[in-house]
Design a binder for this molecule. Structure first.
Ligand code: HEM
Length: 543
């Protein structure tokens, strides 16, 4: 042994011999990993999967942090079949029938502790795991998104699509005169007489302004400024106590889209680790950035709600509806809960819509025949109207538009990972395999959207025509972009209205081609599967 050996051991092992340390290490590993594997309390040992995933959550934590979880899980299902073990107590089930069992109303399964990693300010509708708390919140929020109420939000949504198109028109005209856009605008004129730009940031500006306005009563101004920027309270404590009077609390501008991305990746990868590890993992540099993003997002909602409360208004929006919402006992929400719910709407209703709009645009640019067919349908339906932005009434029953949107949401479901649920008392039985109470189960949307029986042999191809040809029941059963059951998307009516108006208005005005047609659609996945960019060339179709 060299001279430094014993000293080092003394420090590290409190004077213990290497053999003692090794024994201690083996016992710890045995207790932590091997014994649970052998005891197999959730009866999952026979289920195939990556070797490390049998013993530890590290495999799933690492996979999630790499940004391609759904693709990795899909490959595992291709290799192993319907059941794949993703962690010592987490089985992924690639069977459309399992959606009805794992997520259905009345089956008693609850969200897993994965969702604790998403809690900010106060447990919100999305992150609460308690059945009673969820039912109370859902009752308040769900009527806000009834079809009737959502139609009241339409003018707000349309006004931002109008702003968006005016900005693109301005850029288009400027580019035609040889001027380039600013950094946030992108945009340069060139090849083929088109304006070339990355449409992803623009869809983010649009979705954030719509939901910012709906949720907080004022937009972030992202479309007009062509900039990802929103005010965040520097001191959350001061802002939470304030009613928005000037000078009561300070704000700084932060890139909201960026922090939402950071927060999604952070929460989705820390959430698959055991709760006892999370405080330590948070200290690692990559996770610190995500942890800060969670705080910044909270500060954004706190500042926005404080500002709104300072100037009461009679406008109809999400915040006014949340302020009026009462539970069964007639109680209104307190300030913290109100802020948390407004934040939930902002998070759940922003990049979900922008990622989906971006994916639909990508597929239309990638498949010119489909784009042409859609534009023909739009011209025929809206030809004589001079409205710049379509109305919901005009486009709600256009069959090809609906098929294009559904097919793009199938190919690129922004919610692609299997959403984890805990088997209830009595367990759940799927394909004759029984999972006892406490087992964590998930059904991966990405893989279900590529199920051969439901979608056919050409399941990897974007082809809206399949929606008119194949068995409707089978497709609907395997179509999961908004999830199923009591925890399904509460904002689905609003999301559908937004997508119909955005896509019909933009496609009617512009023709799209891809800047790099041979490049695959690059994505990065945290909680949501998000496009990294979508560079397109646009040409105006109308005067
Ligand atoms: C294309 C757009 C959208 C997609 C694809 C989508 C998808 C989803 C999915 C898959 C879930 C289930 C998440 C889980 O169980 O972990 C969900 C939940 C939720 N969504 Fe959406 N969503 C969209 C737009 C919206 C909008 C516009 C809003 C509201 C403004 C919204 C509000 C919510 C809320 C609050 C939840 C939690 C519901 C609960 O747990 O009871 N979503 N969404």
């Amino acid at each position: 042994m060299n001279a430094s050996g014993p000293n080092l051991l003394h420090v590290v092992g409190c004077g213990m011999q290497p053999s003692t340390l090794l024994t201690l290490f083996s016992v710890t590993v045995g207790l932590a990993y091997i014994f649970p594997y052998l005891a197999d309390p959730f009866k999952q040992r026979h289920i195939p999967g990556p070797f490390l995933a049998k013993f530890s959550n590290i495999w799933l934590g690492w996979t999630a942090s790499q940004g391609h979880r759904s693709d990795v899980v899909h490959e595992l299902h291709k290799k192993h079949g319907t059941f794949v073990r993703l962690a010592p107590n987490h089985v992924s089930i690639a069977d459309p029938d399992a959606l009805q069992i794992v997520y259905a109303h009345g089956n008693g399964s609850l969200k897993s502790d994965f969702y604790d990693a998403f809690v900010s300010i106060h447990r919100g509708l999305f992150s609460t795991r308690d059945r009673v708390d969820h039912a109370r919140k859902r009752k308040i929020v769900s009527h806000i998104f009834s079809q009737k109420n959502v139609l009241e939000f339409e003018p707000i949504a349309r006004s931002y699509v109008d702003q968006f198109l005016k900005q693109w028109d301005r850029l288009y005209d400027a580019a035609a005169k040889g001027q380039s856009g600013t950094e946030g605008e992108g945009g340069w004129f060139g090849r083929d007489g088109r304006l070339w730009l990355d449409c992803l940031p623009w869809y983010n500006y649009l979705a954030f302004d719509i939901i910012g306005d709906l949720a907080f009563g004022s937009p972030f101004g992202m479309i007009l400024n062509a900039k990802d920027s929103a005010p965040v309270a520097v001191s959350q404590k001061d802002a939470m106590k304030s009613y928005g009077t000037e000078g009561e609390f300070k704000v700084v501008e932060i890139p909201a889209v960026q922090i939402l991305n950071d927060r999604g990746e952070f929460s989705a990868s820390i959430g698959v680790l055991p709760p006892s590890w999370r405080p330590y993992v948070r200290m690692l540099p990559w996770y610190q950035k995500g942890s800060q993003a969670v705080k910044n997002l909270a500060g954004l909602a706190i500042a926005a709600v404080a500002k709104r409360l300072a100037s009461p208004t009679d406008r109809v929006d999400l915040l006014s509806k949340l302020q009026e919402g009462r539970d069964d006992e007639g109680n209104l929400m307190g300030r913290e809960e109100l802020t948390a719910e407004a934040l939930t709407q902002l998070i759940a209703g922003s990049d979900t819509t922008s990622n989906s709009s971006c994916a639909i645009t990508y597929y239309l640019a990638r498949y010119p025949d489909v784009q042409e067919k859609l534009q023909k349908e739009l011209d025929e339906a809206l030809g004589s109207e001079d409205e710049y932005v379509s109305t919901y009434e005009q486009v709600k029953r256009l069959p090809y538009l609906a098929a294009v949107i559904d097919e793009a949401l199938r190919m690129h479901s922004t919610s692609s990972i299997g959403l984890p649920r805990v088997a209830p008392e009595g367990g759940l039985t799927i394909n004759n395999i029984h999972f006892p109470q406490g087992a964590v189960l998930s059904v991966p949307t990405y893989t279900i959207h590529r199920d051969q029986k439901a979608w056919g042999d050409d399941r990897d191809v974007f082809r809206p025509e399949r929606w008119f040809e194949r068995d409707q029941l089978m497709m609907q059963k395997a179509f999961n972009p908004f999830s199923f059951g009591p925890r399904a998307c509460v904002g689905r009516n609003l999301a559908s209205l937004e997508l119909l108006i955005i896509i019909s208005s933009i496609l009617r005005r512009y023709h799209f081609v891809l800047a790099e047609p041979d490049k695959p659609f690059d994505t990065r996945e945290g909680f949501l599967r998000k496009p990294v960019a979508c560079r397109v060339g646009i040409k105006r179709r109308q005067a």
